[in-house]
Design a protein around this ligand. Structure first.
Ligand code: HSE
Length: 440
């Protein structure tokens, strides 16, 4: 049978890996897919780069629309990134009846509803395994492997840059800014790392996983997003002393009231596997009612790991493209007419536990006042750590750090009590609040 013909938009790192892996493993991939898969056309504004990546026998063009207009192309791979021209090209490829494979989490998290509706109407597939956690087949696991389950929650380290920075901060006791510079020098962090360090990239990914896990529309605008830029080395140290590590987690949870969808630094018990995911690696823990807790670990970025996911999508489409559209796996795991209207909860309604650090005057009654206000608000304390004043502020210091771990509480209640605590004359600096996930 004739090979399926693929057009590639964007010949960067992942595009190059896709060529290499397709070529190296072509026989095995063909045996799995049932027919050959061949990239026959590449579009990149840098045609010299595209020529180098594609090698001989592949048509190279500068204009992506030439690929979309080619009637021989069955599948378009979009590796341009961003929400601008990529959105336009993906919609045009769908309109032209092409199946689309994309690694573009930003595009799908923000414009997914529009794109999946267009694909559904046209009867084509939009596959995006590479958009979440790079080479880890988490989309496949959530959408198919765990399809028997009512998924209760998932939590993931889904941004390698920030996990690398946090690992270095912990190992070397360095502050955020110093480690960020080092990460940029080593090429782990982009020259403009905003999306990574502010949690936006992780929020794109958890938004997609949340939609698939719970059968809700993609709602990036409802995600609560906090990055790691304000994390202090001393909180990483105190967390360690209490038996926790701090990770940037993407969390989504089904509750009776709605769905939690959030990205923020979290204390994770050191004994959990997730707490031991170091460097630029990614991992996602998923809890289903039937299967219990499952863990997926691997490289979340990079040329060949991401190409592995892109090619898995190419194989899926090759197997399924002749199937009746109604019998394919739905884009978001649930059939479009069976989506849930569970609302995404505002952060004030999220229930979790907390690490609070208060810089306080080291004098009689301070601890009693603080714990009294927490008790009045109905917030139960799990652990308290108080440092020696000398250790915190140097010889003769009259200030100290008071660290409190709470049991589960509603975030809105914690906000209110934090405002009361902050107003105490004996609380000397802004209170640090980091959420805590037991993941049990
Ligand atoms: N910038 C991402 C990360 C990789 O650091 O994990 C691509 O999603």
């Amino acid at each position: 049978m004739k090979s399926i013909q693929v057009g590639l938009l964007g010949a960067g790192t992942v595009g190059s890996g896709t060529f290499k892996v397709l070529q190296r493993n072509q026989e095995e991939i063909k045996r799995r897919a049932g027919r050959g898969i061949e990239i026959t056309m590449v579009a990149d504004l840098d045609t010299a780069r595209a020529r180098e990546v594609a090698g001989e026998g592949v048509k190279v063009v500068a204009d992506a629309r030439e690929v979309i207009a080619n009637p021989d192309i069955d599948i378009v791979i979009e590796l341009i990134g961003g929400y601008g021209i990529a959105r336009q090209l993906v919609l045009e490829a769908i309109a032209a009846g092409k199946h689309v494979v994309t690694a573009n989490k930003a595009l799908l998290a923000v414009h997914g509803t529009e794109i999946f509706a267009a694909a559904h109407a046209k009867g084509v597939m939009v596959a995006f395994e590479a958009a979440v956690a790079g080479g880890i087949p988490i989309i496949k696991a959530l959408r198919e492997g765990l399809t028997a389950n009512s998924i209760q929650w998932l939590a993931g380290i889904i941004n390698g840059t920030t996990n690398f920075i946090l690992s270095e901060m912990r190992d070397k006791g360095l502050d955020f800014a110093t480690v960020l510079k080092e990460a940029q020098r080593l090429g782990y962090a982009e020259a403009d790392p905003t999306f990574d360090i502010e949690g936006v990239d992780a929020a794109h990914k958890v938004t997609l996983m949340s939609a698939i896990a719970f059968g809700i529309p993609v709602q990036f605008d409802k995600a609560h997003i906090e990055g790691i830029t304000k994390l202090a080395a001393q909180d990483i140290k105190y967390a360690e002393q209490l038996g926790y590590r701090i990770k940037l987690l993407g969390v989504t949870k089904r509750t009776a009231q709605g769905v939690e969808l959030r990205v923020h630094p979290s204390l994770v018990p050191s004994k959990r596997l997730l707490a031991n995911v170091e460097g630029a690696m990614n991992a996602v823990v998923v809890h289903g009612d039937a299967v219990g807790t499952t863990l997926y670990y691997g490289k979340g970025a990079g040329s060949e790991p991401t190409a592995s996911a892109v090619i898995a999508d190419l194989v899926d489409i090759t197997r399924l493209h002749t199937a009746d559209a109604a019998h394919r796996v739905p884009h978001l795991a649930f059939h479009p007419d069976a989506m849930s209207d569970l609302k995404v909860l505002p952060m004030s309604e999220v229930v979790t536990s907390y690490y609070l650090r208060l810089r306080v005057a080291d004098q009689a009654g301070v601890l009693a006042k603080v714990t009294g206000l927490l008790a009045t608000a109905g917030i139960s304390i799990d652990a308290v750590l108080q440092r020696e004043a000398d250790e915190v502020g140097g010889e003769g210091s009259t200030q100290t750090d008071l660290i409190i771990l709470t049991h589960d509480a509603r975030e809105g209640t914690v906000d209110d009590v934090m405002a009361e605590l902050q107003a105490l004359p004996t609380v000397l600096e802004p209170i640090v609040r980091i959420r805590k996930e037991e993941l049990s």
